[in-house]
Design a binder for this molecule. Structure first.
Ligand code: HEM
Length: 441
């Protein structure tokens, strides 16, 4: 790996403004210049490898996953704001809790949540104002947050708390991005008390969740929601999760679960507005979908083209656009040695647009994901990651997105005056604005 072409600190400093704004074009230029992997010097002794090589990505995430951990970007920097739940931990701590959280997301369990999801979706969609152009990104943000909130707590009287939690999550994320993109200002963030202020906010969010959990336990009521499943989960010795762990896992589900989904939904609606033919097919499918009667799961699984549109939108704009790992022992890949402590950033964004694997990579073509064409995509398509740390909420997210898109397109035609999207790669890949106009069908 040391023989890989290396981008100097000077080069990074020269490009710092662009990188701070959006590092993806900088990555692309270097991939074009140097090939599928290169190194960047991030400090006097620090380097990171950036790759779009699908074989290396599978090697790290699947085949040799035990030799790699999540990097301190998540386990330290992110964890200080959202705690040590399964997203932000490694090793035994991660494995133990993943085993406890995962059953809550089994398809059978999710089936019971679909009605709750749909109610939350309908409530949020009432906020659409027909015939007026509006930015759907905040709307989808609220929708996805409410869907996680209702699926966790099945309560409608905690709106104010949820709004507060959402605001805290957003404010802290902005701080984290500044810390990651401007590491040379960390001392400044510290001495001016900015970090302390955000940690206090985080504490406020945790106290709020603590209160909601306490109320549930005191109520003695059983609800078939995600919180209930976490409360019932047991360690091998039969004991339940301690309160702080429970709070951390809940906070992680909010953080990991709402933003990624709202980004993907906003991108998908934009693509449908730009592609009336695709939108028409989604409409024809969705008008057959009766969410009020019968088995929602069975009906939903018939919305195959709607699903393909979402998959294609996540190819072009994967919300988790970079995946990071650090090697915890020496490893080998093909003819290269990967020494212990190598930080590797895997660019899902680049891989999903790599012309070696995709024809007309910049074009929105949902048919790539029909049953005939999608045979090999799992080799170079990773919107939910891969291997044992693959997204625990992937089915939850897909169901929520299919239901939302179908319910919107069934009711409205969507239009946009925007030529192309401007993106905002923060912790997840977001659009800047997505102005859409909805007209009644
Ligand atoms: C479109 C929506 C979503 C996308 C694109 C997405 C993507 C991802 C990716 C790529 C990972 C793996 C990261 C890595 O390997 O470093 C991940 C992990 C995770 N996701 Fe998602 N996610 C989505 C929705 C959700 C939802 C709805 C939930 C929960 C309600 C969720 C909860 C999690 C958790 C807890 C992890 C950590 C799993 C672990 O490390 O064991 N995600 N997600």
């Amino acid at each position: 790996m040391k023989r890989l072409p290396t981008i100097s600190q000077y080069e990074i400093f020269k490009n710092r403004k662009r990188i701070l704004n959006n590092p993806l074009p900088f990555h692309n230029e270097n991939f074009e210049k140097y090939g599928d992997s290169f190194r960047v010097r991030t400090g006097v002794t620090k380097t990171a490898v950036i790759t779009r090589n699908p074989k290396l990505i599978k090697h790290i995430l699947q085949k040799q996953n035990r030799k790699y951990h999540k990097s301190p970007l998540q386990t330290v920097d992110l964890a200080k704001y959202i705690g040590h739940g399964i997203l932000t931990s490694n090793g035994k701590h991660w494995r133990t809790h993943r085993r406890m959280v995962q059953p809550a997301f089994h398809k059978k369990k999710l089936q019971g949540l679909l009605g709750t999801m749909l109610n939350a979706i309908h409530k949020e969609l009432n906020r659409i104002k027909p015939n007026k152009e509006q930015d759907v990104f905040p709307l989808m943000g609220d929708l996805a947050f409410q869907v996680v909130a209702k699926s966790l707590f099945s309560r409608s009287d905690i709106q104010e708390d949820m709004e507060k939690l959402q605001a805290i999550t957003q404010t802290n994320q902005k701080m984290l991005i500044r810390e990651m993109r401007q590491p040379y200002l960390k001392w400044w963030f510290s001495v001016t008390g900015m970090i302390r202020k955000h940690l206090d906010l985080s504490q406020e969010g945790q106290s709020l969740l603590d209160r909601i959990i306490e109320e549930r336990i005191l109520s003695g009521k059983e609800k078939d929601d995600l919180l209930d499943m976490l409360l019932k989960a047991r360690y091998e010795d039969g004991s339940p999760m301690v309160r702080q762990q429970l709070i951390d896992e809940v906070l992680i589900l909010f953080t990991a679960g709402h933003e990624t989904t709202s980004n993907a939904l906003s991108f998908t609606l934009f693509f449908l507005a730009k592609n009336p033919k695709a939108q028409q097919i989604v409409f024809e499918e969705a008008s057959q979908f009766d969410s009020e009667n019968g088995d929602i799961m069975k009906h939903m699984l018939q919305l195959t083209y709607t699903k393909q549109c979402i998959e294609e939108s996540m190819r072009l704009y994967p919300p988790a656009y970079m995946i990071d790992r650090v090697s915890i022992e020496d490893d080998e890949f093909e003819d290269k040695i990967i020494p212990k402590n190598t930080l590797i950033l895997m660019s899902v964004f680049e891989l999903h647009r790599y012309r070696n694997f995709w024809n007309s990579p910049g074009k929105f073509i949902p048919e790539r994901f029909n049953s005939e064409n999608k045979k090999d995509v799992h080799e170079y398509y990773f919107p939910f990651g891969a291997g044992p740390r693959m997204c625990v909420g992937n089915n939850f997210a897909m169901y929520e997105m299919i239901l939302t898109v179908a319910e919107i397109i069934k009711k409205y035609k969507v239009h946009t005056s925007l030529d192309d999207l401007e993106i905002n790669p923060l912790i997840s890949l977001k659009p800047k604005v997505v102005p859409l106009r909805f007209t009644n069908r």
